[in-house]
Design a protein around this ligand. Structure first.
Ligand SMILES: Nc1ncnc2c1ncn2[C@@H]1O[C@H](COP(=O)(O)OP(=O)(O)OP(=O)(O)O)[C@@H](O)[C@H]1O
Length: 252
């Protein structure tokens, strides 16, 4: 199976302070890959490195076997982040406009949108189950509905991989379930590789087929069907706190 993302000996820091250290990871076509970690552990930073938004201090990053600095095929990569759900309610765009944004900017604002392009907009809205909301203002939708629309927007360019940064923050449980069902369908039916980061290990560990945890600047890998209570993962995520507690206990 082909490698979609590959990081070798990657280091990254902000203003001289190291955040990620010696990161090595290969993500393969068809993977549903979860990355967990405590707040501030470096999850978003890792995704931004994979998207070339940030450059590593050291090490190499490849997308589809091409050095990330030479990679051109960005249309095959989708990105949905948590900020998408905090859309300003007065933003004057309809669902079909938001989904078609990239298409429309390519076409130019004042030219007529081709029927074929609109067709594509409706097609991706149907995949995410939002085909009945095309003329609704994006700001009037719930967080869960908005997030589906942003998935649809990512689907417009027929991506091979979608990166999601805490996509369900602020979304109620029922909508979260629907959202994860959608991701599973994109992964299984459309063979889209999914990379998702979250601090909610309980949910994520049930959904993904590969799981890694950022612990003390490093990436540690876990089995599929991980038994959270029996594994070390909580200690890895909240390591210091748990160590302090057990240390105090031993002293008594
Ligand atoms: N632009 C920046 N400049 C300086 N430090 C930063 C910057 N962005 C992030 N950091 C710091 O780098 C560390 C990792 O941040 P990052 O956002 O990657 O963590 P995270 O695991 O995604 O956190 P969260 O779960 O809270 O979103 C944190 O200590 C953060 O304060």
């Amino acid at each position: 199976m082909s490698k979609v993302v590959s990081l070798k000996n990657v280091y990254f820091g902000y203003e001289g302070k190291l955040v990620l250290e010696n990161i090595n990871v290969d993500i393969y076509e068809g993977d549903y890959f979860g990355i967990v970690g405590a707040n501030g552990s470096g999850k978003s930073t890792l995704i931004k490195l994979m998207l070339n938004i940030l450059k590593p201090l050291k090490g190499s990053i490849k997308l589809f076997d091409t050095d990330i600095n030479k990679f051109k095929n960005w249309g095959t990569i989708g990105y949905v982040n948590q900020k998408a759900t905090s859309f300003n309610t007065s933003f004057p765009a309809t669902v079909e406009e938001v989904v078609g944004l990239n298409l429309f900017s390519k076409i130019g604002m004042f030219k007529r949108i081709k029927k074929k392009d609109l067709q594509k907009v409706y097609e991706v809205l149907e995949i995410v189950g939002m085909q009945n909301y095309t003329k609704k203002l994006i700001g009037n939708l719930s967080g869960g509905q908005q997030q589906k629309v942003f998935i649809a927007r990512a689907l417009i360019s027929s991506p091979k991989i979608i990166f999601l940064d805490e996509p369900t923050v602020g979304i109620d449980m029922k909508s979260q379930e629907e959202f994860y069902e959608l991701l599973e369908r994109l992964n299984k039916e459309f063979n889209i590789t999914i990379v998702i980061i979250s601090h909610d290990i309980g949910i994520i560990s049930e959904k993904v087929n590969k799981l890694a945890c950022i612990n003390n600047k490093r990436l540690i890998f876990h089995e599929k069907n991980l038994n959270i209570s029996k594994s070390n993962i909580l200690k890895e995520i909240y390591g210091d706190g748990i160590r302090i507690l057990s240390h105090n206990y031993n002293e008594k």
